[in-house]
Design a protein around this ligand. Structure first.
Ligand code: C2O
Ligand code: CU
Ligand code: CU
Length: 420
């Protein structure tokens, strides 16, 4: 329900069954439904009230990935357990620019398995600036969420997390898009806005369309980019989001355009009749605030090392009883995030921080990629690389920072910081 100032929601984590493949249904978990959840929309400036209910047979948490909120209970990481049969209300003010975020389970060390079962949903923040830009925003028609995940199906179409377990991240051969297999979308407008989320436990996606169709990225994790960026190929690592605009003007009704990751088809876009759309994007979209670094602060080092069970941050594993860093509210610091893995054989670690949106300053001393000039909460750190972030701490509480390969996070590649 929505009043001029308040928005009220109930989110129930529940078990169910989903028809994913022909034959038996798959046992899955979801939010208010059997798998994933309907997109949740928050508006900047509103007071949000969410009742969180756990109808699962085990403890879970509700983490709002990318949301700038105070306190670990609202943030919903491992400090905020909700036990089976219990419910809890959180209240906060939506206080950030328009962005594509997400909700996922985050009980440590069960995050990976719960997300694998289906506990993830997209969250959209709307604001006034975004509403005045010439972007498609007719949800479900020309503004489409794409939650990219992968699964392996066992006997009777069931998931079996333990059978597939890999400490470097569970993967499956079958793409699962918005909780469906092999989906198509009916294109009825010339321009489409896709809000893409890498919701996989470990997989990175190398996205491109058939015909190498050009597309334009307009937003990254934390909001709209300062300038639109044109691509034919885009990589997303775990938990990253990209909003892209695709223009189908070169196609005819009856044509089909396919979105791939490498050579694996993800979504088929079936072209129908659409009205001509001459909308041009401005060269400049939004201003990104860039507060100066707080004087007399050191560059903070975050060293991500190892693979499989050996994963660590700064030579140690996560301990909920230990605060790894303290920050005074309002501090702005450079954080150097490095990945010590071998350049040729090591994995990318997608590094994520709760309760803040950072800026990417450099990669190994070089300028970041053109689509990294906006706000981010997750950044893929390549093997052998150091990425410098500029991080502001604006919300009080204890929060986590970690690798977003979910099995690395559950395996202890996580730390926590306190903002006081
Ligand atoms: Cu998306 Cu700590 O999580
Ligand atoms: Cu998060
Ligand atoms: Cu990792």
């Amino acid at each position: 329900q929505e009043t001029p100032t308040d928005m009220t929601y109930t989110v129930t984590a529940q078990a169910g069954e989903t028809q994913l493949l022909p034959g038996p249904k798959t046992k899955t978990w979801g939010y208010n439904t059997s798998i994933l959840g309907k997109t949740i929309v928050f508006k900047d400036g509103k007071n949000i009230h969410v009742t969180l209910k756990n109808q699962l047979p085990e403890v879970t948490t509700f983490h709002w990935h990318g949301l700038n909120v105070s306190g670990p209970i609202v943030d919903g990481g491992c400090h905020a357990p909700i036990y089976p049969g219990e419910s809890h209300q959180i209240d906060f003010k939506c206080d950030q620019v328009a962005a594509t975020l997400w909700l996922h389970a985050h009980p440590c060390p069960e995050t990976a398995e719960q997300v694998w079962r289906g506990l993830a949903a997209m969250v959209i923040v709307q604001d006034k600036t975004e509403s005045q830009l010439p972007f498609p925003r007719n949800y479900g028609v020309d503004d489409i969420p794409l939650v990219l995940q992968d699964r392996r199906f066992h006997q009777n179409n069931q998931l079996d997390y333990m059978a597939d377990y890999d400490p470097d991240g569970v993967q499956g051969p079958t793409p699962m898009i918005n909780g469906t297999i092999n989906p198509y979308f009916d294109v009825t407008t010339q321009r489409l806005r896709l809000r893409i989320l890498d919701g996989a436990n470990r997989r990175e996606w190398r996205l491109h369309f058939s015909d190498n169709l050009k597309f334009t990225q307009i937003a990254s994790d934390g909001g709209i980019l300062p300038e639109p960026v044109d691509f034919t190929h885009l990589m997303l690592t775990c938990a990253e989001r990209a909003e892209i605009l695709v223009d189908f003007s070169q196609y005819q009704p009856g044509d089909e355009v396919t979105l791939y990751s490498d050579d694996v088809p993800l979504v088929h876009f079936r072209i129908h009749q659409f009205a001509k759309d001459d909308t041009k994007l401005p060269d400049h979209l939004v201003e990104i605030p860039d507060p100066p670094v707080t004087p007399n602060t050191k560059v903070h080092q975050v060293v991500m090392s190892g693979m499989d069970e050996q994963v660590e941050i700064n030579g140690t594993k996560f301990d909920m009883q230990r605060i790894d860093d303290k920050q005074k509210i309002g501090n702005v610091e450079y954080w150097d995030i490095s990945n010590t893995n071998d350049k040729s054989t090591g994995m990318i670690h997608p590094y994520h921080m709760h309760a803040t949106q950072f800026r990417i300053v450099s990669r190994n001393g070089h300028a970041p990629y053109p689509n990294e000039r906006g706000l981010k909460d997750t950044v893929g750190v390549n093997p052998g690389e150091t990425v410098r972030l500029k991080v502001g701490f604006n919300k009080l509480g204890v929060f986590m920072n970690h690798c977003h390969i979910l099995e690395h996070e559950d395996g202890g590649m996580m730390a926590q910081f306190e903002v006081y």
